[in-house]
Write a protein of this length. Sequence first.
Length: 437
Amino acid sequence: MKSNSIHLEWQGKDDLPSPSALGLERKMEVYPSGGSRKGNSAPENRLIWGDNLPVMDALLREHRAGFRLIYADPPFATGKGFLRRIGSGEDSRRPESWKMGSGYSDSWSTFEEYLSMLYPRLLRMHELLAPSGMLYLHLDWRAVHFAKILLDEVFGPANFINEIIWVYHGPSPVKAYFNRKHDTILAYAKGKNPRFFPDRVRVPYHPSTLRTFASSPKAGFGKRPDLSRGKIPEDWWYFPVIARLHSERTGFPTQKPEALLERILTSSSNPGDLVGDFFCGSGTTLRVADSLSRRWVGCDALLQSISICQRRLSLAKASPYAVDAFPESSLLSSSRHRIRVGVQTVGREANVILKGIDPCPPNGFPVSLDYWEVDFDFQGEVFNSTFQSARPWRSGTPELSASHRYPRKAKYRVCVRAVCSDGSVVSMEKPVDLARE
């Protein structure tokens, strides 16, 4: 931690949790484009279910100073509880008609409790960052000024890089003050030589600027930029909010747009670099990192978030990834639902058919089915998902059958795992005996 004479104090700050000794356990390996593990080469990308503080403690044992970039979008201390949209094909202009499911709570008994949550996590992120790494911390007016002091303490004031203002439009009923239509992203470097590639994110000059230089040779006080090259963006960025981006919208509250993360990742990391997001929510960072050929680690404490990330990565045909959790956690947990599965075999071919969910969730089957996947040779420990089908975000239903050709006639066990729109996860195992045919 950097020395700094100015720091923030509150009751409970010194009661830092001791580093956790918990270790992570491999629960799943997912291959969104089919295939399976080649030899001993497990997927490098990781989606982790669990409280991010002990998760980061576990990661420090293998990735200390290994992350080139960490994006953090923690709770904002809003004092609210957030729900997520679970309906399909709904009218965006009629929120009163939306079908809603459980989301997450951003309610704290005191603001000191919030700071006691945030502070140790910033300390862990600092330890995880490489010497040339950068942290982007995303907050709003409620907590960002306190976080700035904390980051000065953890990273050192000299390592402050930018205060980025993300501006956006949207309706607001307020009349007592100016509409609050921006978030703040604080960018800090771990060391003196952070990786930063601004030329990769140049944007076109404004048409008025082009007209000015075209009309007068004295424009720019004798300095003429390469207008065709564009300019490095200022520290205020306009990107539409997710409510206006129908193709990206997952229904998760507080989801951020992909364009925002694309600018951050492109300007501050290289292909192959390790990128982290420990409040990963709907998986925007993971989706963008994967599309930009970055390695990634995402973490969230909500099982609903893990399910949304899996659905999103499946629809994007992302690179293979692992799903880890603490040993006591199970991703094959039973719920009040049961799935009905049929298996048809011909020779070495097996066709797994998802027939229904009982009792049927309110939206009906298969509309109530968000995502399902199959391990065709389940060994009882790691679930190897080599088939996945997800319901598209706006409308439609998942594919309901999965085919697989086995290498030889033998006895196998198929495991099917499904996620319903209400967030419940249900699984079923069925034996497949090809040796009898």
